[in-house]
Design a binder for this molecule. Sequence first.
Ligand code: IPM
Ligand code: MG
Length: 343
Amino acid sequence: MSSKIILLPGDGIGPEITAPTLELLEALGTGFDYEEHAFGGAAIDAHGTALTDATLAACKAADAVLLAAVGGPKWDTTDPSKPRPEQGLLGLRKGLGLYANLRPVRPLEALYDASPLKREVIDGTDLLVVRELTGGIYFGEKTRSADSASDLCTYTRAEIERIARVAFRAARRKVTSVDKANVIETSRLWREVVRELHAAEFSHVELEHVLVDNAAMQLVSNPADFDVIVTENMFGDILSDEAATLTGSIGMLPSASLGDPESPGLFEPVHGSAPDIAGMGVANPLAMFLSAALMLRHGLGMEAEAAAIESAVDRALADGLRTRDLGGSAGTHEATQAVLSNL
Ligand code: IPM
Ligand code: MG
C-alpha cells in the first residue's frame, strides 16, 4: 500500500516550492498518495482558523506531513483575539505530539563563500540542533492586560528526559546541552535531568553544558566543535536561525519534527513564507527538497531515496547552482531542473 502524505503548502512561497518537491519525489518513483489541505493564512481565509479539526485529523491518520511555510503581512496582528497563521503550526506540533525537532546543519564546501562567516570558521562543521518543540514558553499560560503581559515557561522532568534521550541517541561524539541555568529555574531542572540521564544511560557520550548566550557566540566562532546541541523550545528557535548563517542561507535548512513512533512526523524547511518574493518564481526550493529527504529517512524508512535527494542537491550546488539567496540568479524552476538532472 502506498504511503499517505498530507501536503500543507501554506502561504507565501509555500505552494511554489511544494510543487517541484512533488516532481522530485515522483522522479524517485515513490508513488505516494497525496492529500492537500489549506493551512496557516490560507486556512484562516478559507475557514477562519489556521488549523481546522479536519486537517488535524487527516494529519493524525497519515504516514507523514510535508509542510512548506506559513504567515505573511496579511495576517500579521498583535491582537490576541485574532487568528494567526503560526497558531496552525503550533497546534499541529502539539496535536501530533511532535516534541523532537531535528535541524541538521551541514554546510557544503560549495557554499562556504555564500556565508558571511570565514571559510576556515565553517570548515568541518556538521552539527545537529535537537530542539524541544512542545513545551516551554511557547505553550505556557499567557496573560495580557492593557499595561502588562506574561508568558509562563514550564518544563517537566519527563519532557526534558525524552528530548535529552533523542539527543544522546543521535550523538556521534558529544552532546552540548544549552540552557540558562545561572538565571532560569526551568534551566536548572533541565541541567539536572540531562546530567542524571547521562550518568544512568549515556555515560559513553561526552556531555557539556553551555549557557545560551555563550552558545550563541560559539556557534559562529567555533561551530565545528559542536556535534549535537540539545535545548529548549525558544533557545532552539533562535540558535537554529543563527546556525543557518553557516550554510550560506536559511534557504538551505530542512527540519524533521518527530513524536512517538506511532505518530506521523512533520517535515518542513526552517525558513518562512518569504512574502516579499512570493509568486515571483525565484524562491530557493532546496530546504524543501532536503525536508522531503528527511521525510523519506525519518518518516518512511526510505534511506536510499533520502540519500539520493541529498546527493543530487550537493552535486547541483557543486556544479554551480545558485539561487538569489545564495548570491546567484537561478529561479525555482532552474534549481529544480538542476537537482532533477543530478538525481
Ligand atoms: C520555526 C518558526 C516557528 C517557531 C514560528 C513560525 C512559529 O520560527 O519553526 O522556527 O517559532 O517555532
Ligand atoms: Mg524559527
